[in-house]
Design a protein. Sequence first.
Length: 464
Amino acid sequence: MGQTLSEPVIEKHTTTGQDERFAFGVSEMQGWRLTMEDAHSAVLDLDAAQPNLSSTPSQPQNPHNRTSFFAVYDGHGGSTVAKFSGDTVHFRLRSTSEYQNQDYPAALKRAFLATDEDLRSNPDFNNDPSGCTAVAALITPDGRILVANAGDSRSVLCVNGVAKAMSEDHKPVNRIENNRIVAAGGFVEFGRVNGNLALSRAIGDFEFKQNKKLTPEEQVVTADPDILTHQITSEDEFLILACDGIWDVYSNQQVVDRVRRLIGERKSLERIAEQMIENSLAPDCEWGGVGCDNMTFMIVAILGGKTKEQWYDMICERLNRGEGHQTPSTFPDPYAQSARVPLGSGPLIGSSLNVDESVAPPPTYHLSEEANQNNQSAEAKQNSVGSLFSLAPASIIEVLSRVSQSAERSPPSNNHTSNSSPPPSSTNVSVSSSSSSATATANETSDEPDSNDSKQLTPNVTDT
């Protein structure tokens, strides 16, 4: 697990940004480790980004025509490769012919491998032993999310409260990874490449890329990424990118649940990122190193044509209606003794753990003033229309009844023949039947409670 400090460094470096399509918050913390080896990139307009000024566009551009890029790089053995990757990968991506031709999967692959080759061929890095994982999300103008991943950092998409994995961890024990490692002349021992490296794909780590007879994709450790693609829909709420310091503690769904709950409490995106790494930090390093790593957490809000305030309202309304995955009311402490599981068996509080998360009643998440006014206006219109319909059957009954009574009082016509219409009594039967049915309907409508008249509850927050 590496050496650790006697006390964690809890100072956080946090940034945020937004345009008309996305808003993001990202925070990183050194924690118990001797140094900070993580890096990240968040570029809302990739085509206009400038080196060292990634958030400054060179010229105004329609935000709906922009390509955005978000990435997390988890370093090991030093910070050199992670920092270089954080400064380089997105510019490498933009410069490829594949990117210009909108072949985005090929462009992402080439960007990862080209960054790796840049490091290898640079004499300044000849003796640097470090490497880094890389998980990067490219979001195109036509609403595609492409996630490229090499290593065990991870990306997860929230789809109406349900966690959708957008990457797969590359571990040496994985069959495909193990086969490549062995074919390249390496071995797996204690779940590590050559008994050393705990992941099987990375940028850097050139001691595992020495076989000159093999392509970069065939090396013991490769920077070749897996790529998953998703088309954005109205169900999609936010995208998470984070290093394994988070995923060692929480499962995908647990991260989504906690983030969604904090959105319901209207926490800012940057504060959500900070709180997630605070909650992931272990109180000590006596349990196999879980929660003792560097930590980086990024949340990207998918605004979908809404303002950020409207986006918060949308998720609050979904939470209040119980749409999609049922977000728990309370969350267990991941470092409670009862929640601890042996290192290597999954998240510290994995989804298989029997924890009661339904003790407290579900909270009500409060909407913005604008959303409340809109809902009240819609409710008033609905009630007004409902009142008209509830009166309609009685009015119809009264008219039909008067017609019936008038018919009963009218004397028979002298011109009545056997071919005349049926006597009024048959009409009375029909009206009576309709009258009973209509009256019952009117009574049922008037007795039905207003479904919008919900009791306001104060959220029971146990997450710290």
